[in-house]
Structures are given as structure tokens and as C-alpha cells.
Design a protein around this ligand. Structure first.
Ligand SMILES: [Zn+2]
Length: 48
């Protein structure tokens, strides 16, 4: 799992089906970058 920042939010890569963000060659990170809000659609609470 990788992470990228778009629109000041951290999204997962590959983007889960629950999120409609489009990945357009943003920098990929091995861990969620600090200082950004996490996307609610990519970081849902619950199992998994
Ligand atoms: Zn997202």
C-alpha cells in the first residue's frame, strides 16, 4: 500500500473503489504523510 496527497488530503494508492479521486502521478509515499487530512473515503473505520 502506498499513499499520495491530492487536494490537501492523503489518499491510498491504489485508490479504493470507495474513493473517486483520480491518481495523476502525484508522489507516492510508503507511509501517510504528516500534516495532511486523511481522506474519509480511503481511510474508513472498521475491519480491514
Ligand atoms: Zn481518497
Amino acid at each position: 500500500m502506498k499513499y499520495f496527497v491530492k487536494n490537501d488530503k492523503v489518499h491510498k494508492y491504489p485508490v479504493p473503489s470507495t474513493c473517486n479521486v483520480k491518481y495523476t502521478n502525484e508522489n507516492l509515499h510508503d507511509t501517510p504523510p504528516k500534516g495532511y487530512e486523511k481522506c474519509d473515503h480511503c481511510f474508513q473505520s472498521g475491519n480491514g
